[in-house]
Write a protein that binds this ligand. Structure first.
Ligand code: ZN
Length: 138
């Protein structure tokens, strides 16, 4: 069995941002040489997500608006922020949007459904964070 591990570093300009990372994942898949297998992609931080959906900018704005309604930024509105942090909202946003995705690899390609693409969701940005890409198979 082949195995390939890569770390992708992201540092967003904004506190909240959705970043398209499908191309970077496909590059790692090429490097791996795997034709049949599985590709795991996960955020390595508890205030960021990796998820799959449509590469459509209106939808990305809708996500950020919806998340802000569910878990609005608030310096003193979260118990977590009693620790001195201000990112209580980001932990909740991360939970809603998920930690990781797994995509099947078929014939050397990510076997997506129609319009599926991979995104990194940042909810407490402006600092360097890592994404893990792990590819296994033959
Ligand atoms: Zn925190």
């Amino acid at each position: 069995m082949k195995s390939h591990t890569a770390y992708l570093w992201i540092n967003t300009d904004k506190r909240y941002e959705i970043v398209h990372i499908t191309n970077q994942v496909e590059e790692e898949l090429k490097k791996s040489g795997v034709k049949e297998g599985l590709c795991l992609v996960n955020a390595m931080h508890i205030t960021a997500s990796v998820f799959i959906n449509d590469n459509e900018s209106g939808l990305h704005k809708d996500y950020l608006k919806w998340l802000e309604e569910l878990a609005p930024f608030s310096k003193d509105g979260y118990n977590h922020n009693l620790t001195g942090e201000d990112n209580g909202d980001a932990h909740l946003k991360r939970t809603i949007m998920g930690r990781e995705v797994v995509v099947a690899i078929t014939n050397g390609k990510l076997d997506f459904g129609p319009w599926e693409r991979i995104f990194y969701g940042e909810f407490d940005g402006r600092r360097r964070k890592r994404i893990l890409i792990k590819i296994i198979g033959e």
